[in-house]
Write a protein of this length. Structure first.
Length: 525
């Protein structure tokens, strides 16, 4: 077993415990909501179809989309929106099977029970639910498997789960880590399904003890999830106005003498972010801080978590903030962008832009060298002439971002076909000539690995994307955090960052993000 894999394996108790907790809470909540509702609509034909239609419609919403939608609806990250989404997803099989089980009870049995003088309540508890129990439990088993699987998608909204393995492994091309996450999630789903199957067998005459055994097993699983060690931040809770956004001067003065004991370092879900988070964590750890890592966050989740002091430090990019938070589409000089971004963050969110790391990770278009030469394309001006004949590969978000609106309007870009990839596969797609060009990132080590040419942007349509260290309101009040990180300011040239990224992304002699951070740090000091 390699050292890198052993390090990932050490995280399994924390990831599995968090995954178990959200799965069981979501499943139990779904069952508790679905059973009474199913009993009610089983008695009223007019309500049955509308209720099942609404719950069925929720089931058609893509899992990741529903998880993301829960964030603004609940004004929270991590645990609460994850459990809410899992609860909704668990309801359809339980609701439908319960209704089917109750309405499927033999009419003659029901009439005989009524003839014996049973009330509707007695009929439900003594006849209908016991006879429908196997069908109901089959629905719960289906819901359990769904919930455990969907819970892996909770990582981008700030919830620790086995999805941490899958998202991180995918971005860093660590297929052994991806398989570890998948295998653990599969094993957990089979375990929960097996326990509920035990209860299902306990519905048979003379085997009632199995129901009690299944209940004990579920309780033990819940306790294991609750006492499992935690790695990083397992869930976020809404912050009140005193810790989120801009703070008063008096409040800052009050906190300025406070030194944080624990610093949560955030990272988005791609290689460079993992490396820089590890680098920042090393610097802070050397200054005596205890570090908690919060990886694989979505861009909006990372920013909001920082604003609310749920993470204290992470690296972002000026162009991202310029477009997403300032809603600007103009492109002034890079130093002006950085200055305006810093002022906006301080005034509106209480966030301190500490400094630039010294390199830019901008959106750009890239082609294979020989293909660019064959088409005679060197810049976006050249690209505009041939774009209708070309197939472009992109990450999930580029063509919905303000930058694309500006670039397409500036150069008149209209592509023949747009194909969307995870960034891990996007570079391989252009290397295999499955697309003609891609929307690349200027500090990505795969540009050199795949011998790609970055197309010039002579009209400066793309905003600058300088990597900058951001501090949350409380972290900004701890002067020692800033002192600990100043050695990183303007210290990383783009070639060095590309080299560090390439160490993780290449297939041979592969390094972990932590090892790449050590490599990078050795060349900075």
């Amino acid at each position: 077993m390699s050292e890198a894999f052993a390090q990932q394996l050490a995280l399994l108790p924390a990831y599995l415990g968090a995954h178990l907790t959200i799965s069981l809470v979501g499943l139990v909540a779904g069952v508790l909501l679905s059973l009474p509702l199913a009993v009610f609509i089983a008695k009223y034909d007019r309500l049955r179809w509308p209720v099942l239609a609404v719950v069925g419609a929720i089931q058609t919403i893509p899992s990741l989309a529903l998880l993301a939608l829960m964030v603004p609806l609940l004004n929270s990250f991590g645990f609460a929106p994850t459990v809410a989404a899992l609860t909704l997803y668990s309801m359809l099989p339980v609701l439908r099977n319960t209704v089917t089980g109750i309405t499927g009870v033999d009419a003659g049995v029901v009439e005989a029970a009524r003839g014996m003088g049973m009330t509707e309540r007695q009929l439900l508890w003594r006849i209908e639910l016991p006879l429908a129990a196997p069908v109901i439990l089959a629905g719960i088993r289906t819901a359990a498997v769904w919930v455990v699987g969907i819970a892996t998608l909770s990582t981008p909204i700030g919830q620790t789960s086995l999805g941490n393995y899958i998202f991180a492994g995918l971005q860093t091309r660590r297929w052994d880590v991806v398989l570890l996450g998948c295998a653990a999630a599969t094993a957990l789903a089979l375990l929960v399904d097996g326990i509920i199957a035990l209860a299902e067998r306990g519905m048979q005459p003379g085997r009632r003890a199995l129901v009690g055994a299944a209940a004990v097993c579920l309780i033990l699983l819940g306790l294991l999830g609750a006492i499992a060690p935690r790695s990083g931040v397992d869930w976020f809770v809404p912050a009140d106005d005193t810790t989120a956004g801009a703070k008063s001067v008096a409040k800052r003065d009050e906190e300025s003498t406070v030194r944080l004991e624990v610093v949560r370092v955030g990272a988005k879900s791609f290689t460079e972010q993992y490396i820089l988070a590890a680098l920042v964590a090393d610097e802070l750890s050397a200054s005596g801080y205890r570090i908690e890592s919060v990886d694989s966050l979505g861009s909006t989740v990372a920013f909001e978590a920082l604003r609310r002091d749920e993470i204290q430090v992470y690296v972002d990019y000026t162009g991202t903030i310029w477009a997403n938070h300032l809603r600007r589409q103009d492109t002034p000089e890079p130093w002006q962008v950085t200055s305006l971004v810093a002022s906006h963050l301080a005034e509106n969110d209480g966030i301190r832009l500490l400094c630039s790391l010294g390199f830019e990770n901008a959106y750009t278009f890239a082609m294979r060298r020989e293909r660019a030469a064959a088409f005679g394309i060197r810049s976006l001006v050249d690209l505009a002439r041939l774009a209708p004949q070309l197939v472009v590969g992109s990450d999930y978000e580029f063509f919905s971002r303000p930058e694309w609106t500006k670039v397409s309007a500036t150069y008149g870009l209209r592509f023949g076909e747009v194909r969307t990839f995870d960034s891990t596969f996007m570079y391989e797609a252009v290397a295999r000539n499955e697309v003609d060009l891609i929307t690349a990132f200027s500090s990505d080590g795969r540009l050199d690995s795949f011998d790609l040419v970055v197309l010039d942007d002579p009209l400066a349509a793309f905003p600058p994307y300088h990597a900058v260290i951001l501090l949350s309101p409380r972290a900004a009040a701890d002067a020692n955090i800033a002192r600990s990180l100043t050695s990183l300011c303007e210290s990383i040239p783009v070639a060095l960052m590309r080299g560090a990224n390439a160490l993780v992304d290449r297939d041979t002699d592969k390094r972990t993000p932590q090892q790449a951070a050590v490599w990078l740090r050795e060349r900075l000091h």
